[in-house]
Design a protein around this ligand. Structure first.
Ligand code: GCV
Length: 718
């Protein structure tokens, strides 16, 4: 015993003398993103506002190496590098950053600083060549002109339209810099549910100011269009894309925009979807609409991102509609049109199969749209690292051009002559001090940019880079926190919608569970998507007995999904209606598998808190506390999801929750009241009698404030 004590004291002394005690980092609100571990972050403004000056300034301030850095635009074009690629040539005492263009060198500078910040600089001579996979690496903001953000959970829109064009927030440049540092080069700054006002001269002056700030960072502005703009702001009585007056309106508008913004990127369009107007209002096709805009943009080199997110209440299966509408148009779009397809066939659920359209339109420039904001994955309340979700889609084989024609390969344009390629992500950014609402959600901004540059990077590599730059490189911090992030998407699936369940969230805010809900539109009803009944649960999309959606995939995907025996279990209830007592591969019944999967999700979310508490010495107090509070909340939300879904399904399965799962803490009836927004009661008799004052409108309570209370084993109180 004595010798043990001596050992402990001696070890403590050695640790103290060798300085191994971790020094607590200074508090930060997280505003400096992944530039956190660079010094002098706040003063990043160069003397002159050109790409060249910015690149030099970043090196002058932040390069800590002994080797001299030379930034060089090549005299002779190197075709292998394209417009944005770069080469880092490390030789003794020197690093050369080479590219065909100034913007290429700026990407190279950020690449070099990233290697420095992640302890990955080569030891000896080496050449590193980096070329982005996609030409357009785009952001989509769903920001409205009144500064609200559709599905935004990080405060108001960054764009202060009332102050622009006269007053310019420093945040605009910080935003452009952050984007450039990860290679994002295009940004559609307004909501796809677009207000035509943005195309008026008054607003275009404001947009021009933003474009001028973004330009040296290589960031092109796009605008989301309201297809009815000719009627709304052009004084026309139609917006028919084949009407010559309408064609002229868009030609003139486009010329007006390019006169102000010579490098304007183009238009993003949501047409004939969720109430937006579009060419179908006039009996025209999506191709007619997109091509008319494409022709207006072509003389300036602009492009159209035309969204394929379309569905209507009449369709038997919403999951099939994008393909039903767009496959017949394959080959009809102009070269400068890209059809923008969401990763899955419904709508950014925690897990979906790929959209079948990726494998069905060989003559169309297809681009992938992912969601960075967490509309269905816990908003900015839950820590979910999304790269594994996006990567799962990119790596899925469409088999369109034989084995290996993955979504990544198809969208990168590997099978097309037209090399125009793009990817887009719906942002999670607002005016919150930490930009994303949740400190850990910054990783999704970072990861989106890195993935758009290089879809081959693994989730682990990207998480590693981000954590080292944003928090700490200490292995005691890095390993557990990285593991936690890497698991977090699967954990979210487990506690929200496992085994292929989808669209069973509460429909008021898309936050929290609502499997019992119905809507006047079946395609918005959770009950339509899970179809739970005494005979089982899940959406039959097979050819023989269901909607036939499996047939929209190429072989061997089609028959793999169609056959209940071969369908991957993580998509089982997406494609099949399955009896509660169905035997799963591990021998459990479906019911028990569901219960245990939810249970695992809850336990993993609880575990986050313990992991984070161990990481405390490596994280400043402010960010530590913020994240810890949210993680506790996340674990309780996981319980809430489980109770709601399982108690509701139990009314059909009549099976018990297994003993090794947590017992329910609330009744189904209690949970069904959460988030139900009741109107103030009318006086007896229904209608308001004449002369009585109108009832005051009650502010809707925030769904977040209505969370049922939960206690969890080993879980601290909030
Ligand atoms: C911008 C989902 C969202 C909508 C969004 C739409 C879209 O339906 O809930 O808020 O609208 O997708 O992607 O257009």
């Amino acid at each position: 015993m004595k010798s043990f004590k001596t050992f402990v004291i001696a070890s403590a002394l050695i640790l103290a003398v060798s300085g191994c005690k971790v020094e607590k980092p200074a508090d930060t609100d997280g505003h400096d993103l992944w530039f956190h571990n660079l010094e002098q972050v706040s003063d990043a403004t160069p003397a002159s506002y050109t790409t060249e000056a910015i690149a030099q300034n970043e090196i002058d301030r932040f390069w800590k190496g002994k080797a001299a850095v030379e930034i060089k635009v090549l005299d002779k074009q190197d075709d292998a590098l394209g417009r944005d690629g770069y080469r880092l040539v490390f030789s003794s005492g020197k690093v050369s950053v080479e590219a065909n263009t100034a913007i290429g060198t700026l990407y190279g500078v950020y690449g070099l600083l990233r290697l420095q910040q992640t302890d990955a600089l080569p030891k000896g001579s080496k050449t590193i060549t980096e070329v982005p996979a996609y030409e357009y690496r785009a952001f989509n903001h769903w920001d409205n002109l009144n500064r609200s953000v559709e599905r935004g959970y990080a405060g108001k829109s960054l764009w202060n339209w009332d102050e622009l064009p006269d007053k310019v927030s420093p945040v605009y440049q910080e935003y452009a810099r952050a984007n450039a540092s990860v290679g994002i080069n295009a940004t559609a700054i307004n909501n796809v549910n677009a207000n035509a006002q943005i195309l008026t001269p008054e607003y275009l002056q404001k947009v021009k100011v933003l474009a001028d700030i973004f330009r040296p960072y290589g960031l092109k502005v796009f605008l989301s269009l309201n297809f009815a703009a000719p009627k709304h702001i052009g004084g026309l009585d139609t917006s028919d894309p084949l009407d010559p007056k309408v064609v002229q309106f868009w030609k003139d508008k486009t010329a007006e925009i390019y006169a102000l913004i010579p490098d304007f990127g183009g238009y993003l369009v949501k047409a004939n979807s969720e109430g937006q107007s579009g060419p179908q209002d006039y009996g025209r096709t999506h191709a007619d609409g997109a091509n008319m805009l494409a022709d207006a943009l072509a003389p300036y080199g602009g492009v159209v991102f035309w969204r394929a997110f379309v569905y209507d209440a009449q369709a038997e299966d919403r999951a099939m509609q994008a393909s039903d509408e767009f496959v017949p148009l394959d080959g009809q779009f102009r070269d400068n049109v890209l059809v923008q397809v969401k990763n899955g066939p419904i709508d950014f659920q925690p897990r979906e199969p790929i959209s079948p359209l990726f494998g069905q339109a060989p003559k169309t420039n297809l681009m992938l749209e992912v969601q960075i904001t967490q509309e269905y994955l816990g908003h900015s309340k839950h820590m979910v690292y999304l790269h594994p979700l996006w990567k799962e889609c990119l790596d899925t084989d469409t088999y369109e051009f034989g084995k290996g024609s993955t979504v990544a390969a198809v969208t990168e344009g590997k099978y097309r002559d037209n090399k125009l390629s793009a990817i887009s992500g719906v942002t999670n950014i607002g005016d919150d001090a930490n930009w994303c609402g949740h400190q850990m959600a910054q990783i999704n901004w970072y990861a989106y940019g890195r993935m758009a540059w290089n879809p081959d990077l693994s989730s682990d590599e990207i998480a590693d880079e981000w954590l080292r730059q944003t928090f700490s490189s200490d292995p005691k911090f890095l390993k557990p926190v990285k593991d936690m992030l890497n698991r977090s998407r699967e954990v979210n699936v487990s506690y929200e919608m496992p085994l292929g369940l989808h669209h069973i969230m509460a429909s008021n805010a898309h936050f929290g569970p609502g499997p019992w809900e119905t809507s006047y539109r079946k395609d918005w009803s959770p009950q339509f998507y899970h179809k739970a009944g005494p005979d089982g649960v899940g959406f039959d999309r097979t050819v023989a007995t269901g909607s036939g959606a499996t047939a929209q995939y190429n072989e061997p995907l089609a028959s793999t999904y169609d056959n209940i025996e071969t369908c991957p279990e993580n998509l089982l209830l997406w494609f099949h209606h399955v009896p509660w007592d169905y035997k799963m591969k591990d021998g459990q019944t479906l019911w028990n598998e569901l219960c245990h999967t939810y249970q695992k999700g809850i336990e993993a979310a609880e575990e986050y808190v313990r992991i984070w508490e161990k990481a405390e010495p490596y994280v400043d107090n402010q960010r530590y506390q913020e994240v810890r509070t949210k993680l506790i909340r996340q674990a309780k939300d996981a319980m809430w999801w489980r109770d709601a879904v399982i108690l509701y399904f139990q009314t059909f399965s009549n099976m018990p929750i297994p003993d090794d799962c947590y017992p329910a803490q609330h009744t189904l009836e209690e949970l069904q009241q959460v988030g139900v927004f009741r109107r103030p009661q009318m006086p007896q008799g229904g209608a308001r009698p004449q002369g009585t004052p109108q009832m005051p409108r009650q502010p809707r309570p925030e769904i977040y404030d209505m969370l049922p209370d939960y206690t969890l084993p080993s879980m601290p109180e909030l």
